[in-house]
Design a protein around this ligand. Structure first.
Ligand SMILES: Cc1ncc(C[n+]2csc(CCOP(=O)(O)OP(=O)(O)O)c2C)c(N)n1
Length: 639
């Protein structure tokens, strides 16, 4: 029987011998490669934390002690050790979440996949424990060197340093990488700690020599190792962390369970905040991941487990169009500076960085800094293009509002993965951008409906030098180009269907939802309702052309893939009301809720955003308009 099968709770781990723990680590790696190759998911990060997570669960007593995984993408091993073995539907509707999930287990704390929050969570948990007199409990934050580049982590460290009575352990999972190698001064500092004392060489040599001696040799290694940690490193403050006043243990080989346990036990016994610096290798134990220069298999789709090659070739998506066009623009304009927050390749800036390394900035996981850096660049004459996943802009709303927009800075923000992203769950959907950005004075937002529009609107955006411009497009494959058949002022007309009766419906498609809008119009026209479909292209602020066209209709239908509350439909409703136009606006967007992980199609169906749902609703609205219910008329008359 496999050892992994015998692990139902972390307590089961404590019964295993050292040799068995090694076997268990191997089984976990095999399980991860086998299952994640079938479902897709965060393979590399999890392969890197197998021993570290085993050690954590042997030393700490979860859920009494609280383990908080920063970002949460590296929590698969934790899931396995806390009784979750069914990875068949990982990240699919009804299956396990790709992140910690309180609904799945009492061992999970933070579901938010936005990085750099774990230290703040742990600080709060430790404070609450102390206030309640629960002095036997620990809060443990596990944070990557990438996540440690985020400002929130440093705000938390600053506070944690002043709380010497907090039972708080910070495990820095230092694999030297975010997606790509982690950049910046902190990364250099960690690197210096790692290498200064020839640490890597010493550990590897020592292990190999002593393990050859069988169990006695292994014991000697552990004792030596312990002594090394105990005398030289344990609780010895180090540089940066010393300056902060936080105790430091390490560096520790994060793949050596005994060494990790030793360090964690010391940290636990200390009674105040301690940093344990664990060195790990992303993708460890799986050659295709270890050999992957780009990101060590940070996140994969379905792959062939033997080779690591993708099962389906990656489709030519929105990101690639941006990647090409921004390089072209960069060639024509030397003032363009590209900014990424630790996601150079995922947002499509790798080719730009290749050609213009001096005009590319990777700020680390620091979206707030990215936006204010952009304001500074614009002030001094550059035109920055900040490329982010839409959900991560949420964090930099204030900087966009107060640093960029208030100062009328010509900054272009490019939001990839806007709208529904699906399988990464609640915190990855880029569904808040339209509602949030609508409140930024002077900001102009374009939502391209296809690749050609993306190219054209990006070019229009970088021409604006006195206000923020935003371009937003979704995840996934590009749809076929949807050419305009005409225009109404600044609006692209995509279809016109004269109806049989008087009713005329204006269908407004926001971005990729323009394709649905065309289908809706087609369908309602078949039922005798006349329709015109437009793509406003620049959807925020609402254009006067759209208001003028809407004023001539009986009904306006707006289709968008962000939250309906406060989105483009609601903006249009407000604009019509402000102009004294009394045409009803039916907006179809996402419900104001946190969405469970599911496919995009499932979410579209759940939120009644399929063309047939919207067409049915539209025809019913038109019918109600043409013949309002007599009961309510009678009621009105009698009032
Ligand atoms: C605020 C925010 N920005 C960007 C991301 C996207 N992201 C997910 S994981 C990751 C890299 C994390 O690196 P690290 O913390 O070192 O963990 P590792 O994957 O190397 O184990 C990034 C940039 C995010 N989750 N949150």
């Amino acid at each position: 029987m496999s050892l992994l099968n015998g692990i139902r709770t972390p307590a089961d781990l404590r019964r295993l011998s050292r040799a068995e723990l090694g076997v268990l680590a191997k089984e976990i790696r095999e399980f991860l490669v086998d299952s994640v190759s079938r479902t897709g998911g965060h393979l590399g990060p999890n392969l890197g934390v197998v021993e570290l997570t085993i050690a954590l669960h042997r030393v700490f007593d979860s859920p009494r002690d609280r383990l908080v995984f920063d970002t949460g993408h590296q929590s698969y091993v934790h899931k396995l050790l806390t009784g979750r073995r069914d990875f068949e539907r990982l990240r699919r509707s009804g299956g396990l979440s790709g992140y910690p999930s309180r609904g799945e287990s009492d061992h999970d704390v933070v579901e938010n996949s936005h990085a750099s929050t774990a230290l703040s969570w742990a600080d709060g948990i430790a404070l609450s424990h102390r206030l309640a007199g629960l002095d036997d409990r620990h809060a443990v934050a596990i944070i990557g060197d990438g996540a440690l580049t985020g400002g929130m982590a440093w705000e938390a460290l600053n506070n944690i340093a002043a709380r010497q009575d907090h039972r708080l352990v910070i495990v820095v999972n230092d694999n030297g990488r975010s997606y790509a190698p982690t950049i910046g001064g902190l990364a250099q500092h960690l690197h210096a700690l790692r290498t200064a004392r020839g640490y890597e060489a010493v550990l590897d040599l020592g292990r190999r020599a002593l393990h050859r001696g069988g169990p006695p040799g292994r014991l000697a290694y552990e004792a030596l190792h312990g002594i090394k940690k105990g005398v030289k490193d344990v609780l010895a403050p180090q540089g940066l962390f010393e300056d902060l006043g936080i105790k430091y243990v390490g560096p520790v080989d994060g793949h050596d369970i005994a060494a990790m346990e030793f360090a964690l036990r010391r940290a636990k016994a200390f009674g105040g905040p301690v940093i344990v610096h664990a060195i790990t290798e992303k993708g460890r134990g799986y050659t295709p991941a270890e050999d992957d220069v780009a990101d060590r298999f940070h996140a994969v789709g379905q792959i062939h487990p033997e080779t690591g090659l993708p099962v389906a070739p990656s489709r030519f998506g929105w990101t690639s169009v941006f990647a090409e066009e921004i390089v072209d623009i960069g060639r024509q304009r030397s003032d363009i500076v590209a900014i990424t927050a630790a996601m150079l390749a995922p947002v499509g800036l790798a080719p730009f960085a290749q050609e213009f390394p001096d005009r590319t900035v990777d700020v680390g996981i620091a979206e707030q800094h990215a936006l204010t850096l952009a304001a500074g660049l614009a002030f001094a004459g550059s035109h920055p293009v900040v490329a982010l996943y839409a959900t991560f802009l949420n964090r930099a709303y204030d900087q966009l509002l107060m640093d960029v927009a208030l100062h009328r800075a010509g900054v272009t923000v490019v939001l990839d993965r806007a709208g529904i992203t699906g399988d990464d769950g609640a915190s990855h959907n880029g569904m808040w951008d339209l509602a949030l950005l609508r409140t930024v004075p002077g900001l102009r937002l374009a939502a391209p409906r296809d690749g050609s529009q993306l190219r054209a609107q990006l070019r229009e955006a970088v021409e604006v030098d006195d206000a923020p411009t935003v371009l937003r497009y979704p995840k996934g494959a590009l749809p076929e180009d949807l050419p305009a058949i005409g225009s109404e002022g600044s609006l692209d007309v995509l279809a016109r269907h004269p109806g049989e009766g008087e009713a005329n419906v204006l269908v407004v498609g926001v971005g990729v939802m323009a394709h649905t809008a065309v289908q809706v119009a087609h369908s309602i026209a078949a039922q005798g309702v006349g329709a015109i479909v437009v793509d406003p292209r620049w959807v925020l602020p609402v254009s006067s052309d759209l208001v003028a066209l809407a004023a001539k209709q009986q009904l306006v239908v707006v289709i968008e893939d962000g939250v309906g509350t406060g989105g483009v439909g609601s903006a249009l409703r407000d604009a019509l009301a402000a102009s004294g136009v009394d045409v009803p606006v039916r907006s179809h967007g996402l419900a104001l809720a946190f969405l469970d992980h599911a496919s995009r199609d499932e979410i579209i169906e759940d939120h009644q955003l399929r063309a047939q749902d919207i067409a049915r609703e539209t025809v019913a609205s038109v019918a109600a308009q043409v013949a309002p219910p007599t009961a309510s008329r009678a009621k009105l008359a009698s009032e």
